[in-house]
Design a protein around this ligand. Structure first.
Ligand SMILES: [Zn+2]
Length: 443
């Protein structure tokens, strides 16, 4: 008995310290470039998916597109004993008061929820966009295939649902097609508000917007690099939080940045051939995406996208001028790359959905002492905790120490002034939460 117990303990420890889970490799393998290609083609075939386009036709416009997405989620659900709750979430926008709204319309998102077994009210979200646009966002009848922007993100989200619906998770996963992106981030705004009203405990949103282009307008061809955008600190932080930061630090350690680091690290561990690039800003210079309305309400959210954009192939009517072919057509989408970025999403959804929550409170102390002290609240469902620290100039959590049976620890010889610290909770399956940056001072 004693012998068996030690073997079990050894295996468990190996699992914790090897930090990999075979199921995650299986998930990467299961993502299909062919299915993503087929779904992008289907979305392109609706002609235009402009938010203000036809809603009656069965073959053209945003209405046909969203009905198809809903039916696709429903058939995925049929294949997993109805594991998805599929519904429309909608808000009405009016022409009056909105410069980029050509006429009053419903902004309709398609939501599919896979309920978690242990923490059903905790949600990790993956989003893509249903809608597309041409050169003029107010023009809603012309063709706007939006193959890369953003049928790629939408197809990736549907594919992630297909793969992950074959597993059971502790936390809930939401797969969502958002609408109204191009005219003012309406769909994301509507769902973020809905999440607040429903009291959903949001772990974060992985917003996918353009995940299929590998040939940049600058001529660079790269099918391994991708970008993870995250804002530095929450947009809705208080004046007091802002002033405390001057003395205790945390300028680059907000909740969205921790989510970005989480995705960066899991990609490095499980898909080492990829080159994830953390970008220390909310989004591209002066431009927007559907994670922002979530950030506005204080939810963690990041944008995942290709590294090299091609501006002649986004927000352009299909045409030829001076020998240049304009338009977001399917010929420019690299399905294998879209598959890789979909796998990046799927493995991070899975890791987060299998992990316990992070500690809510992490206190830190050690002023004029040779060692840093940390103390955190006990997390139900955690078997241990990982204390992380890094140089103040490092973008990644480079050092860690695993501890069990305690909710406090002193890092001997690590001076508080010279590093940044955080704590993650670890489950019995080896999966860990996002790192929690200290939010309290120990005196
Ligand atoms: Zn766009």
């Amino acid at each position: 008995m004693k012998y068996h117990f030690s073997i079990a303990l050894l295996l468990f420890s190996l699992f914790i310290f090897s930090q990999t889970d075979q199921k995650i490799y299986d998930i990467i393998e299961a993502v299909s470039a062919e299915r993503i290609e087929k779904d992008i083609q289907t979305l392109v075939n609706f002609g235009t998916r402009n938010t203000f386009s036809d809603t009656i036709s069965e073959t053209r416009g945003i209405g046909a597109a969203r009905r198809w997405i809903k039916s696709e989620f429903e058939s995925i659900s049929k294949n997993c004993n109805n594991c998805l709750n599929v519904f429309y979430q909608k808000d009405f926008v009016t022409k009056e008061g909105n410069k980029r709204v050509p006429h009053d319309a419903w902004i309709v998102n398609v939501v599919a929820i896979q309920k978690g077994i242990k923490y059903p009210n905790r949600y990790i979200i993956m989003s893509g966009d249903i809608d597309s646009r041409g050169s003029d966002t107010m023009e809603f009848t012309k063709d706007a295939p939006g193959a890369n922007d953003n049928a790629s993100g939408m197809a990736g989200t549907i594919e992630a649902a297909r793969v992950l619906s074959q597993y059971k998770f502790e936390n809930s996963i939401i797969y969502v097609g958002l609408s109204g992106e191009e005219q003012g981030l309406f769909g994301g705004g509507g769902l973020a508000k809905y999440a607040k009203e429903q009291n959903w405990d949001i772990i974060g949103i992985l917003n996918n917007d353009m995940i299929g282009n590998i040939k940049g307008v600058d001529g660079v061809i790269d099918n391994r690099t991708f970008r993870i955008f995250s804002e530095p600190v929450p947009a809705n932080e208080t004046e007091r939080q802002r002033s405390l930061r001057r003395f205790y630090g945390g300028e680059v350690d907000g909740i969205s940045r921790q989510l970005a680091r989480y995705v960066h690290k899991r990609t490095k561990v499980y898909m080492p051939e990829m080159n994830p690039m953390m970008i220390y800003r909310l989004d591209r210079f002066g431009r927007g995406g559907h994670h922002r309305p979530f950030n506005d309400l204080g939810f963690a959210g990041i944008r995942i996208m290709e590294a090299h954009e091609n501006y002649t192939q986004q927000h352009q009517d299909i045409r030829e001028e001076d020998g240049i072919k304009y338009g977001d057509v399917i010929e420019h989408v690299n399905f294998d790359y879209a598959k890789k970025l979909t796998a990046v999403n799927a493995i991070n959804l899975a890791c987060l959905a299998w992990a316990p929550p992070a500690p809510k409170t992490v206190a830190i102390g050690g002023i004029v002492e040779p060692s840093a002290k940390l103390k955190w609240n006990k997390v139900e469902g955690a078997v241990g905790y990982k204390i992380y620290w890094r140089d103040t100039t490092s973008p990644t959590w480079d050092n860690s120490r695993y501890v069990e049976n305690t909710t406090e620890f002193t890092l001997n010889g690590i001076v508080i002034d010279n590093s940044l610290f955080g704590v993650a909770a670890v489950g019995d399956n080896g999966h860990e939460s996002v790192v929690k940056f200290p939010n309290k001072i120990l005196r």
